[in-house]
Design a protein around this ligand. Structure first.
Ligand code: PSU
Ligand code: MN
Length: 313
């Protein structure tokens, strides 16, 4: 795969070696660092996520853009730059923003969509994030680029469902249309990011990292090119009740509408208000579920690497 890597990519040596040797690698997104979390928790979280992956004997590859170069794997100084402050401010980089950011030598955090587009080219098969984007509520046509990217990137993506601020049933319908299996890890319910429950069913429950790897292998073995979306409920002690979060979201949505927020600003704006309304509880939950997802992703990557001959064939 490496032969066709764009010359705008810089792969950290430890990541390049792991990919070459068939060792487990886990991609991590960076919009959560640039836009998703407040300072200084964002930088701490970035290094905590890498530590979680290493503790499970996999190599973390945080992906983002610095000075128009797509970095796959970062040194601490790179993470610090993304965590900011930065002038000009770091961009939120989705698939459509990668080309412009590279051409104009900009820096920013890649969203799930942006990270998927890069990771798949680099030959990484497992990716951990907090919550994917999806179909927004009551909006004429606001659908995150995360969804079409999941439709075309053959990767295992571990998340805690879609962000609760979204229209979850519509998001699941889109994933069904796109042919993306939604695999509940030890759950038969689609988690709602901060909450373990949503009342919505998953495609399939998997009880172990091995079963997740089996499903991915069978899915791609059919020649299908879509992602396998693994939904991992937030840890019990960090989860918030669905109804409580719902009440915060309704307030946040009303404020976003009153303030005329649109486009890329919507997700960070809503998450920030929910965090304030919950007195920081949603932030705690966000940090805990991110680490929980990184751990599970590393375990899945471990199983897949142990039989990489079959998987990569
Ligand atoms: N989850 C969070 N915080 C975030 C995001 C997800 O808790 O900041 C980011 C992810 O990078 C996701 C992006 O890909 O928000 C989706 O943004 P949009 O809805 O604008 O596509
Ligand atoms: Mn949007």
């Amino acid at each position: 795969m490496n032969h066709s890597l764009p010359n705008t990519f810089i792969i950290e040596p430890v990541v390049a070696r792991a990919l070459q040797d068939g060792q487990p690698v886990v991609a991590l997104e960076s919009t959560v660092i640039t836009h998703g979390l407040p300072k200084p928790q964002n930088l701490q979280l970035a290094s905590d996520l890498e530590a979680e992956v290493r503790a499970e004997h996999a190599v973390p590859a945080t992906i983002g853009v610095l000075d128009g170069r797509v970095r796959i794997g970062m040194k601490p100084a790179h993470l610090e730059r993304l965590a900011g402050p930065a002038e000009p401010p770091n961009r939120k980089i989705s698939s459509r923003d990668l080309g412009p950011a590279i051409a104009l030598r900009q820096s920013g955090g890649t969203t799930v969509a942006g990270t998927l587009a890069v990771a798949v080219q680099a030959g990484i098969q497992v990716f951990a994030t907090g919550g994917i984007g999806g179909v927004h509520r009551d909006s004429a046509f606001d659908i995150s680029a995360d969804l079409p990217e999941l439709a075309r990137c053959p990767m295992v993506v571990v998340c805690a469902g879609a962000k609760a601020i979204l229209d979850l049933p519509a998001t699941l319908e889109y994933l069904e249309t796109a042919g993306v299996p939604v695999v509940g890890y030890q759950t038969n319910e689609f988690p709602a990011f901060y909450s373990r429950e949503s009342g919505l069913p998953v495609t399939q429950t998997a009880d172990s990292p091995k079963q997740i790897a089996d499903i991915a292998k069978a899915h791609w073995g059919l020649g299908l090119k879509s992602a396998v979306l693994v939904v991992n409920p937030p840890p019990e002690d960090a989860a918030l009740p669905f109804e409580l979060v719902e009440s915060y979201i309704e307030i946040a949505l009303a404020q976003a509408e009153a303030a005329g927020i649109y486009g890329q600003e919507v997700t960070p704006f809503l998450l920030d208000i929910v965090s304030k309304l919950s007195g920081g509880e949603s932030l705690k939950s966000n940090l805990a579920l991110l680490k929980n997802n990184a751990r599970l992703a590393a375990r899945v990557a471990g199983v897949m690497a142990s039989r990489s001959g079959e998987i990569l064939a």
